[in-house]
Design a protein around this ligand. Structure first.
Ligand SMILES: [Zn+2]
Length: 301
């Protein structure tokens, strides 16, 4: 799969003319919810490309191509929330007809763009969300894209979901999902301030409320965005999109503490032109305390 990203920037939009630098940590996928549109409707020279516009995307995807409208690392105006300062965001222009061909075409372009951006900025597949998911995370306003469309039963979009997109990105990036590797993660919502630790993924019973900032252990991802989680001796299930800052838990007995073994110092003698000898001594492997002792003995401290 090979696509091209065409640089066709806004010229008057203030996200372009008065850029604010950002460090992208994720991606928000949007779609226009207006059928039969192409990138020209929202791109360069469009009503979004004016000095008074309050909308700006980093890129637009239509069945003809991928069009980049802003540098990836400047603020955009698409989420009406914090995501504008942290996430790269693009719109998928919805075609007039939802055919299998159009769905495949747009999905593959979306996958390509997300994968390239993840590589560029070291973004993980689980940090790729759609607008509706970004709203649940508290970083965007309340829109339903792309879930009003993607994954819809009985349509060409049925096979294409955000979970599939994340899984395909993970595969394209070669993200390792080693069996048995567990992660620590931190609970992060915004509006609710807490999530449930459920007894199962059907949400039969809440075992505990986990407040923002709580650190949990992800034992495994069990599909459809759910994680099997342990916390405080309990084991249950959480919605994975609220578990951020994931770090693999290293096997404790593999990491041995580094030994602090002093080595013989490197000694370099140099004779200067007027006959003085300069001795250059480099100590390696000494702790600051040990070095202090050496300097004390040498009366150099
Ligand atoms: Zn949106």
């Amino acid at each position: 799969m090979s696509e091209k990203i065409v640089w066709e920037p806004y010229t008057k939009n203030r996200c372009m003319t008065e850029p604010r630098a950002t460090t992208p940590v994720g991606i928000v996928v949007h779609s226009t919810a207006v059928k039969g549109t192409k990138h020209t409707r929202w791109g360069q020279g469009s009503p979004w490309d004016t000095e008074t516009s309050s909308k700006a995307a980093h890129a637009l995807i239509d069945t003809d191509g991928i069009w980049q409208t802003l540098p990836w690392d400047v603020r955009c105006w698409l989420a009406a929330g914090d995501a504008n300062y942290t996430h790269i965001q693009f719109e998928i222009c919805e075609p007039s007809k939802d055919t299998d061909e159009n769905a495949k075409n747009l999905y593959e372009k979306t996958l390509y763009l997300c994968t390239e951006l993840c590589k560029m900025y070291g973004i993980s597949s689980w940090d790729v969300v759609c607008h509706a998911e970004a709203h649940k995370m508290g970083i965007a306003n309340n829109h339903s894209d792309v879930t009003h469309w993607w994954g819809k039963k009985g349509t060409p979009w049925e096979p294409y979901t955000m979970d599939r997109l994340r899984a395909d990105i993970a595969a394209a990036l070669g993200e390792e999902k080693e069996e048995g590797v567990m992660y620590t993660a931190v609970v992060k919502t915004k509006y609710d301030g807490q999530i449930n630790l459920w007894s199962n993924t059907k949400k039969s019973k809440s075992l505990a409320k986990l407040k923002d900032g709580t650190t949990v252990t992800i034992e495994e991802e069990v599909g459809a965005g759910w994680c099997k989680v342990s916390y405080n001796g309990m084991e249950g299930y959480c919605d994975g999109k609220y578990l951020v800052d994931r770090k693999p838990i290293e096997d404790a007995d593999v990491d041995e503490p580094e030994e602090n073994t002093p080595e013989m110092p490197d000694i370099i003698e140099n004779e200067t032109e007027d006959g003085k000898i300069i001795i250059d001594v480099t100590f390696k492997g000494l702790s600051p305390e040990q070095l202090d002792k050496v300097l004390e003995v040498l009366d150099l401290a």
